[in-house]
Design a binder for this molecule. Structure first.
Ligand code: RP5
Length: 271
């Protein structure tokens, strides 16, 4: 990593991902297991000459319109670290570097024990948006809308991937409608809510799908319903979710990926 990258990455340099190094279970939807990466060898700057992780890109990703071709495909010439036509390939963390042998982008946080793209469509950053819709309950507790993910049953903020050419502000509303309103776009009742978004975070997500060459990044925005606008709206889990409920910010419920951290940011912003 160049000195420039090192300086630009400095604020996040101490962070070490955990969930995308889990060796207790196979990688989601496969039999592939990550190799163990000790904390002290996560950073690429720590030499590990024998490091040879398995390579895995799920067959569900191959040939999809929302996914990149293989790096070896000569017709694939993306503008790395840039907005590449309709696809944002800029990392919020820092400009990423490349593996000198495979030419694949390298996860800016470090090794994950798995190469390839796994279940992620893009090489490098895969951008998402997470709307935290919150309220004060009748009992006076700050709580947020959560969905239970269909893929791994974990509770999560109802976020999703930014589509090619889509603005993050659109993704936030579309994902909330798809995952928490069963696809019903209730523009009228929620217009006021969508107009009062407060950004809480933009950056890396410790997502269990991350690999050495593909990783999640997100923008988290809080929409606080101070006026009870959601009382007129039917909240219902969409197709990618099995259930929906309001969760208190001080609940001990384990959440998907880095979502507990985002909820801590929500709590701090309301205290
Ligand atoms: C997480 O994955 C993000 O924080 C976001 O909540 C989610 C997006 O992926 P899908 O829900 O579309 O699978 O990393």
């Amino acid at each position: 990593m160049s000195i420039w990258n090192h300086l630009l990455c400095r604020p996040i340099m101490s962070f070490v991902h955990q969930k995308c190094r889990n060796v207790d279970v196979p990688y989601l939807g496969s039999q592939v297991r990550r190799i163990p990466v000790p904390d002290e060898l996560v950073k690429w700057s720590r030499e590990w000459t024998e490091y040879k992780p398995p390579v895995h890109t799920d067959s569900k990703v191959q040939g999809q319109v929302w996914a990149d071709p293989e790096i070896s495909d000569k017709t694939f010439q993306p503008a790395w670290n840039s907005v590449d036509g309709k696809i944002n390939r800029v990392s919020f963390v820092c400009p990423y570097t490349f593996d000198s042998n495979t030419l694949c982008p390298l996860n800016p946080i470090g090794r994950t024990g798995l190469a390839g793209r796994g279940l992620l469509g893009r090489w490098g950053p895969n951008h998402a948006a997470d709307p935290i819709v919150s309220r004060i309950s009748d009992e006076g507790h700050l709580e947020f809308v959560a969905i239970q993910r269909r893929d791994n049953s974990e509770w999560a903020i109802p976020g999703g991937m930014v589509d090619a050419g889509e603005q993050v502000s659109q993704t936030l509303q579309r994902e909330f409608a798809e995952e928490a309103m069963h696809g019903v776009v209730d523009k009228k009742s929620l217009e006021e809510l969508w107009s009062c978004g407060k950004e809480l975070y933009r950056g890396y997500v410790d997502d269990p799908r991350n690999t050495d060459n593909a990783w999640m990044e997100t923008v988290v925005v809080n929409f606080h319903d101070a006026k009870g606008l959601l009382k007129n709206v039917t909240l219902q889990a969409g197709d990618d979710a099995t259930s929906l409920r309001w969760i208190r910010v001080d609940s001990k419920e384990p959440l998907y990926a880095s979502h507990s951290h985002f909820i801590q940011l929500l709590k701090a912003s309301h205290s």
